[in-house]
Design a binder for this molecule. Sequence first.
Ligand SMILES: Cc1ncc(COP(=O)(O)O)c(C=O)c1O
Length: 386
Amino acid sequence: MYRIGEEELNEIRKVIEGGRIFRYGSDEGQCARFERRYAEKLGVKHCIQTASGTNAITAALIGAGIGPGDEVLVPACTYMATAISVVAAGAIPVIIDIDDSLTIDPAAIDAAIGPRTRAVIPVHMWGLACDMDPIMEIARVKNLIVVEDACQAVGGAYKGTKLGAIGHIGTFSFNYYKNMTCGEGGAVVTNDDGYAERVGCVIDPCRFYWDGRENAFSGFVQNGARASEFEGAMLNIQLDRIDDMISSMRAQKKRIIAETTGAGLSVAPSHSLEWECGTHVMYRFESPEAAARFAELTGGTVAIKTGRHVYTEWDPILAHRGAHHDALNAFKMKENAECRMNYSTEMCRTSLDILERTVFIQTHPDRSADETARLIESIKTALVSV
Ligand SMILES: Cc1ncc(COP(=O)(O)O)c(C=O)c1O
């Protein structure tokens, strides 16, 4: 979380005083307003607010028609919710390598496509943009659905187009750690009317009763993951701040890179430095030992040590614990018998090698120029001892 305060409090107070806490009503409420504004900002037709990013990815996959019998390509480096969402939709995640940019390797996508592969999830990790041009081209030629996971990349873009709005369907998280937050929350965006209708059903299978369209779509059973007006209210305020914050962080990242790479440090290549979020500077070292030492001296983080962001730590996936009941466990469904699910902790060695040699330093929109100068000095000093 970067900025939160009086404006959010005022907006939430208004929601309580107005007595309109439920998202459905006769006029445009906070959630509907946010969905309209966020869709406009991203240049997409539909935005559907959800209770979390995990709900958003699951809903996007189901919305796009992914289910039992399908494989979905996911990168070796992402929060485990990405792979979990695939299994929650009844499909099987096939885990593939990232490249030097720390995002999914387009060549690995091409190489991994098999007879069951229906979709790929490019994840814009740490606010970095995946290389969407080749990814979309492979998807076009090989007939894959592209579901963007932009949970960590709210506010960023790739060559001018907003992350999440490039693939066939995109997803966001607004949890506490994200660029825009309402505590817990998420969203799905798409230009496809059919996908949007199905996503709406996953997020609220009863919405047709609430919004007076009972006969519009027959729907199907789902748990639902509806957002409240409080979350909508916070997001409307957060949305007003995001551009300014992202441009500060992007500028800070560029300054840090400019003043430290000359001193002999190298950074991970970026696919869209001018447009990505700029939330993290990613330094690359020759050895894991050098990376660990640099992290210790600067207070940075070795990319492989961030918890559940590396496939080796996705316990329920690696152990095929896909549901609370065998009959609902995608790994045991007969429809998935031909899908590839023989995971091992060494299967994406290239990714592990890259992650253990990468250290990230976070930017902050409220860090002053002087504080940034001091950070740069500490980075340069650390370099001498690595
Ligand atoms: C890349 C990525 N995907 C998905 C998620 C899941 O989002 P949530 O925690 O809102 O369910 C996260 C959250 O940390 C994430 O970082």
